[in-house]
Design a binder for this molecule. Structure first.
Ligand SMILES: Nc1ncnc2c1ncn2[C@@H]1O[C@H](COP(=O)(O)OP(=O)(O)OP(=O)(O)O)[C@@H](O)[C@H]1O
Ligand SMILES: [Mg+2]
Length: 340
């Protein structure tokens, strides 16, 4: 499609600062991430020990209800906010340890962002091509106009290059915003509700465009949204509930013997490093699980049953407390975080 198609990933990211990432290191790694806001003496736990790993070149959607902590997560990953506890690393940069200068450099070269509001992404008095040239000017990149036009072409909005944001549709503005975000070939692209102001069809187009940019440039991409239909556009969707990752949906395409293709989506519970996971609320409700559940180790699975259920014969059994949101710990863990 453009000259960057054949550029090896190492060369593509040559403008990023030298970061001490191991070759197989993830591009995003959050461990037990906690963010507590205190306003007028009241504490809000926006992130409550969130774990997330995104490998280089992956495109992942994080979905969750309003208030589940999505924007808080992105603010931390973009270097705008600091977590209260836990750790967050992006492309080898430890976000808790970054000093002021390194943080500015990180925001210029390592990560790109797309926000929900077009007004936050683009300068209203600059044309599309001028907007894309802004980050290139900051990093003193040569051949800015040509690079900006190439990116607008990649995003399918080359015909809008001379228009001001007010002269473009919402979808066109978001495509230009993606071009701005990837102009400096960041390692990681972060998008917070990039389709929040768009109708369903245009949303789908912008999401497909994010996926195309991810495939074309190899930029690791994290999209957060409350829109569950995003999972139709990406291979991996992580559900965030109460400030923690709870389930993941993985999509893959299977080819039958007759050559026909079918898309398969499978949902998994996310297990953290100490063996905790969240039971889906439907399961908790259907079985009337409360306070405590019985766990029994079977030959190839773990059974979870209500406290009052008869013990399973011949299996190793433990009764463990469960909190109202369905979280519990695996037997043998000493961490009490999920045993409230
Ligand atoms: N600066 C802040 N001060 C106090 N509380 C905050 C602050 N920012 C976020 N919160 C609270 O943290 C929780 C998570 O907020 P966040 O904005 O991350 O949610 P979200 O998942 O992005 O929601 P939405 O889908 O509505 O954008 C909410 O309860 C919110 O009120
Ligand atoms: Mg938000």
């Amino acid at each position: 499609m453009d000259s960057r198609t054949s550029t090896p990933p190492a060369a593509r990211h040559a403008s990023a600062p030298a970061l001490a990432a191991a070759p197989d290191a993830p591009d995003i790694l959050c461990r037990d991430l906690v963010r507590i806001f205190v306003t007028e003496g009241l504490e809000v736990q926006a992130l409550q020990g969130l774990n997330l790993r995104v490998d280089p070149g992956e495109i992942v959607a994080v979905v969750g209800a309003s208030g589940s902590g999505k924007s808080t997560l992105l603010s931390i990953l973009s270097g705008l906010d600091r977590p209260t506890g836990g750790s967050a690393e992006v492309a080898g940069a430890d976000l808790l340890a970054l000093g002021r200068r390194a943080r500015v450099e990180y925001q210029r070269s390592t990560v790109g962002f797309v926000w929900q509001q077009a007004a936050r992404n683009l300068l209203p008095y600059l044309t599309a091509v001028q907007n894309v040239a802004v980050p290139l000017t900051i990093t003193r990149t040569a051949g800015r106009r040509a690079r900006a036009l190439e990116l607008l072409d990649l995003l399918g909005v080359a015909h809008c290059h001379d228009r001001l944001p007010s002269q473009m549709s919402g979808g066109q503005q978001q495509r230009v915003a993606i071009a701005v975000a990837v102009a400096n070939s960041p390692r990681v692209l972060l998008a917070d509700e990039p389709t929040g102001e768009l109708d369903e069809t245009t949303s789908g187009e912008v999401l497909d465009m994010l996926r195309a940019v991810n495939a074309e440039t190899g930029v690791t991409t994290l999209i957060v949204t409350h829109d569950p239909t995003v999972s139709e556009h990406v291979a991996r969707t992580v559900q965030i509930r109460d400030g923690r990752t709870s389930t993941e949906v993985l999509r893959r395409t299977e080819r039958a013997a007759d050559g026909s293709e079918r898309h398969v989506a499978e949902e998994f519970a996310v297990l953290d490093r100490v063996g905790r996971f969240q039971l889906p609320p439907e399961h908790v409700e259907t079985l009337g699980l409360r306070d405590r559940v019985r766990l029994s180790l079977e030959a190839d699975h773990v059974r979870v049953s209500p406290d009052g259920a008869p013990p399973a014969g011949g299996s190793t059994e433990r009764a463990l407390p469960a909190d109202p949101r369905g979280r519990h710990a695996t037997p043998g863990t000493t961490d009490q975080g999920g045993l409230s």
